[in-house]
Design a protein around this ligand. Structure first.
Ligand code: SF4
Ligand code: SF4
Length: 416
């Protein structure tokens, strides 16, 4: 029997010029707009345990991944970094560039900026306050302007369905290259309108972007730990542009995802690393699904970025409208239990259909942890306990390595 519809969400079409879509949210899926958050707890965690980028906090394993890439992935990643670095460097200094046009005093610029962003090709555009609770410690003073323009760019559909594969990595990193350039174009345009604009590169994140995308109404957090946007789920790459242009904020939306993921669980059941939790937990003041980083990272690194959790998500595969309509009509999750949605192939392990998962031994999950200096100390302690006090030249080697790490500071490869 069809379910009662609690409310209908109307969203702009997938591309500029496409008709609007209407997404019905069933009565039993309605929770709260956006994400359940306890603001006082968010403030507490920000104050006592400030957020930091994984480029710093997890630098040890981010260095390690380069040692386990296949030759093809390694070659492609190096090529991508070479192409991408100028975009990241350009974004870093955008906040200092003066406007090139004259502002019209008192005019709200939301529609003009949204229109330009859509014309450039961004599929989702939303406005919210840049929430400093989610800024990384190392970037806090870098962020100059108050208003955040959240933009999402869809990556290729067919390439994404081949996940995990090198072809899907072309879609993943290729979309970042396009997005980095488009974000710079959008910032240039804002300057012609008489305002300043700072590009937060998708490959050099200034903070946790997803909470701001949720606040801007562009989706909700899925059990795969990613933003589920209405048209393409997590098949999207995210960037932010902050500005001093006067804009009006969008509002968070309840798409029904907070509850739908509890029922769906496809990504949780299909994750090769068993890295996803079935239930939401309170974490830093937000109720959310958590990804177990230490279970995910070894799989991601060795198997072309993995992302099976993106591939098997029905919202990514079919879009939120068909998924929610199917749920209203049948009470079931579209595609769940089918090879079409749930099947995937892991290089050198074979095909895994519904109910089947690859197995990895314990050593597979042993990877370096923490910051570079923490990992160096870890190895040093292990050596001490196994071999006793090292020879003088080994101590000098340790001190030299530590000095190099400290001198390099926070420099590392960009976000993935
Ligand atoms: S990337 Fe792969 S291992 Fe990591 S959570 Fe997603 S499916 Fe699991
Ligand atoms: S696969 Fe299902 S449970 Fe996982 S994020 Fe997508 S909708 Fe949510």
């Amino acid at each position: 029997m069809p379910k009662e519809v609690h409310h209908v969400v109307t969203r702009p079409g997938r591309r500029h010029g496409d008709p609007e879509v209407e997404i019905p949210v069933a009565e039993d899926l309605a929770t709260v707009p956006g994400a359940p958050v306890r603001q006082e707890d968010v403030s507490f965690y920000t104050r006592v345990y400030p957020l930091e980028t994984q480029n710093i906090e997890k630098a040890a394993d981010r260095d390690w991944v380069w040692t386990v890439y296949t030759p093809d992935v390694l070659e492609y990643r190096e090529r991508h970094d070479e192409l991408n670095q100028p975009l990241v460097d350009a974004a870093l200094v955008t906040g200092d560039i003066e406007p090139t046009g004259d502002a019209e005093p008192g005019k709200d610029m939301t529609d003009a900026i949204r229109l330009k962003a859509r014309e450039l090709g961004f599929n989702e555009v939303g406005f919210t306050r840049f929430d400093h609770h989610y800024a990384y410690s190392s970037k806090k003073t870098w962020v100059k302007y108050e208003h955040a323009i959240c933009v999402a760019l869809e990556q290729d559909y067919l390439q994404t369905q081949t996940l995990p594969s090198l072809e899907a990595e072309f879609a993943h990193f290729g979309t970042y290259e396009i997005e980095g350039a488009l974000a710079l174009d959008l910032a240039d345009h804002i300057r012609t309108l008489g305002y300043r604009a700072q590009v937060h590169s998708p490959n050099d994140n200034s903070g946790a972007y997803i909470p701001m995308f949720i606040n801007a109404g562009l989706g909700q957090l899925g059990a795969n730990g990613q933003l589920l946007s209405p048209h393409f789920g997590s098949r999207a790459r995210l960037a932010i542009i902050t500005t001093d242009a006067p804009v009006s904020y969008d509002q968070p939306v309840d798409y029904g995802i907070n509850q739908f993921c509890k029922i769906c669980q496809v990504c949780v059941n299909r994750c090769p690393g068993r890295a996803l939790l079935k239930d939401r937990v309170w974490w830093r003041g937000a109720e959310k699904f958590k990804v177990i980083y230490e279970r995910c990272r070894p799989v991601m690194a060795r198997y072309e970025g993995c992302a099976v959790c993106i591939k098997v998500c029905p919202v990514q595969r079919y879009g939120m409208k068909p998924v929610m309509e199917h749920y209203v009509e049948t009470g079931e999750v579209l595609g769940k239990g089918t090879h079409n949605l749930e099947g995937y192939t892991i290089r050198d392990k074979g095909y895994f259909g519904p109910g089947e998962l690859p197995r990895f031994n314990r050593q597979f999950f042993e990877i370096p942890h923490g910051r570079r200096e923490e990992w160096l100390f870890e190895q040093f302690k292990e050596k001490l306990s196994e071999e006793g006090v090292p020879a003088y030249e080994d101590l000098v080697g340790f001190a030299t390595d530590l000095k190099t790490i400290l001198d390099e500071g926070d420099s590392t490869r960009g976000d993935e």
